[in-house]
Write a protein that binds this ligand. Structure first.
Ligand code: AMP
Ligand code: MG
Length: 405
């Protein structure tokens, strides 16, 4: 064992160090079918108005309101996609169906429920007002209106709008290509029976899910042993086709912890110790060609919490998200929280609604090996460093992972 030479960096400052060194990825044009969750690289401005023509909102009869209603001749039909040809004569009506174009000369649509119909005539209420039951051009979307702002992710409604205004391909930021690797001689593949002293590699699957949820395109590198040469070989090969390297394990100060020296030799290590609990040995390096490396601690909770605090915001920055952080809510602490003397602590909690406010309940032992503290958690409560801790009933910041049902 040797003492770490890395300075202990404040958690918030460390998060800033990561973000300021994180590049935004280039832009590509992607078809709508592949755009879900992607982030627009420029404002999407409506090149047309919607609707593009006066469109009936109901089934009924298009008339001229000045005709005064009563019995009118039915001279034709305007169905969706099959407009009435020409101008509606005075004293006449055209049958119109939902989505049909309001014929030229007509200024209102009488709902079918309000008329009496014959074979080629219709009786409409007298003095029926103009402007009823149809959408005017531009009512739904004006020409030149911003449909989606740059930095905003594309969801179902946004993609529907892009299609509606006739844009099959959108300019979005690339997704980061991430190589994921677990390090540790004690690890075996899931499904294999662990031998004496061995454990199953669970971080790979937890982090794969977390990476994908954050929008990354992930390559699994598998297991690396605690030996410098094979580790170096795996990492250098993986860096070829990837922008981000994420490792778990091998970042604390024991003799088998090889990730920091490896990253030192490949690039520049900016963080090697953080005033964070769990996650003190979190390591961050920049590598040639704008690549990033995140050395996450091996303990399952530490790896996921440092992922939340450092990696997820960075991946979102790369994809151009305007909002890189999860929402933070002020919640009432439903338990007494002990604090760490010199580290910001993220305690895992469930949230319950009580008397109109959200109350945080601890998920039990906060040991960094106990993944059950994170399973089903709704939030990470931020407990500032200090001797005092926080009394039950205090109001605290919580990073929201999921809202309670
Ligand atoms: P390390 O950061 O390598 O010192 O590992 C700290 C602890 O996390 C040790 O108890 C490891 O066995 C455990 N650990 C490391 N990697 C993994 C992994 N991929 N899955 C589950 N546990 C791990
Ligand atoms: Mg290890």
């Amino acid at each position: 064992m040797r003492a770490s030479t890395y300075p202990l960096v404040d958690a918030a400052e460390a998060a800033e160090i990561v973000l300021t060194r994180t590049p935004v990825l280039p832009v590509e044009e992607v078809h709508l079918a592949g755009c879900l969750g992607r982030v627009l690289a420029e404002d999407l401005v409506a090149p047309v108005q919607l609707p593009g023509f006066p469109a009936s909102a109901v089934d009924g009869y298009a008339i001229r309101s000045q005709d005064g209603g009563g019995r009118l001749r039915v001279v034709g039909e305007s169905a969706a996609g099959r407009p009435f040809a020409g101008e509606l004569p005075r004293g006449a009506a055209a049958r119109i169906l939902t989505g049909g174009v309001l014929p030229a000369g007509a200024d209102t649509v009488v709902m079918v429920e309000d008329v009496e119909q014959g074979s080629d005539w219709v009786v409409v209420p007298s003095r029926y007002p103009a402007g009823r039951n149809f959408h005017r051009p531009g009512d739904d979307l004006r020409l030149g209106e911003v449909v989606v702002r740059r930095g905003q992710p594309l969801g179902a409604a946004e993609l529907g709008l892009a299609a509606a205004v006739g844009l099959p391909r959108l300019r979005v930021h690339r997704r980061p290509l991430v190589a994921l690797m677990s390090t540790g001689d004690e690890l075996v593949e899931v499904g294999q029976r662990p031998g004496p002293g061995q454990i199953t590699d669970s971080n790979r699957w937890a982090l794969l899910a977390a990476l994908r949820e954050a929008g990354a395109d992930v390559t699994l590198l598998g297991l690396a042993p605690d030996r410098p040469e094979p580790l170096r070989a795996l990492v250098t090969e993986a860096l070829e086709g990837h922008e981000v390297l994420v490792t778990s394990g091998g970042v604390s100060v024991g003799t088998h912890d090889l990730v920091k020296p490896l990253l030192e030799s490949l690039g520049e290590v900016h963080l090697g110790r953080v005033r964070l609990r769990p996650g003190k040995p979190f390591t961050f390096a920049t590598l040639p060609q704008g690549r990033l490396a995140f050395g996450l601690p091996g303990f399952p909770v530490s790896s996921l919490v440092t992922f939340e605090v450092f990696v997820r915001p960075a991946l979102r920055r790369m994809q151009g998200f305007a909002a890189v952080h999860r929402p933070t809510l002020r919640v009432r602490l439903g338990y007494e929280a002990r604090s760490s003397a010199d580290r910001t602590e993220y305690q895992r909690v469930t949230l319950v609604r009580e008397a109109g406010e959200l109350v945080a309940r601890t998920t039990g032992s906060q040991s960094s090996s106990r993944l059950m503290s994170l399973a089903g958690a709704h939030a990470l409560v931020r407990v500032p460093p200090g001797d005092g801790g926080l009394a039950a009933g205090a109001v605290v910041d919580a990073i929201v992972l999921a809202l309670p049902d």
